[in-house]
Design a protein around this ligand. Structure first.
Ligand code: F6P
Length: 328
């Protein structure tokens, strides 16, 4: 017989992403729908250690479905990495009568949740929230679609000035370990070349490609670079290198940075957040624990947290070929 869940705690942790608020709203309202209490935990695991809790009802999540960021705030807690920190957090949950957790974040968030579950046999469900889309077990993480749209929108603007001045722009996008944003936004924005962590294009090929593009009559170009790319030079060094080797180019650099994590979530992210929140709470009610809810072939699925943490997401190599063909 699964333990009856009466009170669910919800938190957001790690880097924020658009759609986290819509997911909080979904968790809170699904709890209310099933007559379960819901407690918001502020600042992720750090708030759990400090007992920074607030009761949440369906009206406390009014007007947030469209808001970026997270109303519960986010933090990276070093104290939670210690057994003492986790013990304190557990005591606070017990004191507050919380008997299950929904944790929204990336693999660091899931690692914390899984450890907490194994130490205290505490039911935990994960919802993937990161713009990087680098979580195994879901085709989309919350915020990824919004970030793609943000990046494409900004590159469209950069293209206006690039083409007015016949310039080459290196645009750096987020993605410390994964090239999903760079690859998809790059194709969407019509980039000449896309550099990602999963594939080392090589400096020679980059120069060759830029030379070819100039020779084919293109007057301006956009190269999209994921921050974790493997070319061995940062985006400013890359500019210097091209300045030195291809003086016919007038190069500029634009690092998009944290603006990619903000903004109102896309419709896709809002719907995804709503679906994942319902599944997370209803799975806890069914007695399930230590899973991540995700999207696979447009169906909401459960993946063991351990797999979600350890599994590697692959980039779609066909997209590299598409990008090559598009830059002809
Ligand atoms: O959210 C993930 C991510 O966007 C990475 O791509 C990036 O490297 C990182 O966040 C930066 O986050 P912070 O500045 O919060 O450490």
């Amino acid at each position: 017989m699964p333990k009856t869940i009466k009170k669910v705690g919800v938190l957001t942790s790690g880097g924020d992403s658009p759609g986290m608020n819509a997911a909080i709203r979904s968790v809170v309202r699904t709890c209310a729908y099933h007559n379960i209490e819901c407690i918001g935990i502020y600042r992720g695991y750090q708030g759990m250690i400090e007992g920074d809790f607030k009761e949440m009802g369906p009206r406390s999540v009014n007007n947030i479905v469209n808001k970026g960021g997270t109303i519960l705030k986010s933090a990276r807690s070093t104290e939670f990495r210690t057994p003492e920190g986790r013990k304190k957090a557990h005591e606070n949950l017990v004191k507050a009568g919380i008997d299950a957790l929904v944790v929204i974040g990336g693999d660091g968030t899931f690692t914390g949740g899984l450890l907490f579950n194994s130490e205290f046999d505490f039911p935990v469900m994960g919802i993937p929230g990161t713009i990087d889309n680098d979580i195994f077990g879901t085709s989309h993480t919350l915020g990824y679609d919004t970030a793609l749209n943000t990046v494409v929108d900004v590159i469209d603007k950069i293209r206006d000035t690039a083409s007015s001045h016949n310039r080459l722009f290196f645009v750096e996008v987020m993605g410390r370990d994964a090239g999903h944003i760079a690859l998809n936004a790059g194709i969407g924005a019509g980039a000449e070349e896309i550099l990602i962590p999963e594939e080392d294009l090589g400096l020679d090929r980059l120069l060759e490609s830029l030379q070819k593009s100039k020779a084919s009559g293109k007057s301006s170009s956009i190269v999209v670079i994921a921050e974790g790319d493997k070319i061995g030079k940062n985006v400013f060094e890359l500019k210097d290198y091209v300045d030195a080797n291809l003086p016919e180019y007038d190069v500029r650099v634009s690092v998009l940075g944290h603006m990619q994590r903000g903004g109102s979530p896309s419709c896709f992210d809002r719907v995804l957040a709503s679906r994942l929140g319902v599944k997370a709470v209803e799975s806890l009610i069914e007695g399930k624990s230590s899973y991540m809810v995700g999207l696979q072939n447009d169906k909401v699925t459960l993946t063991p947290l351990e797999q979600a943490i350890k599994g590697k997401t692959e980039i779609d190599r066909e997209l590299l070929r598409v990008s090559d063909i598009m830059s002809t």
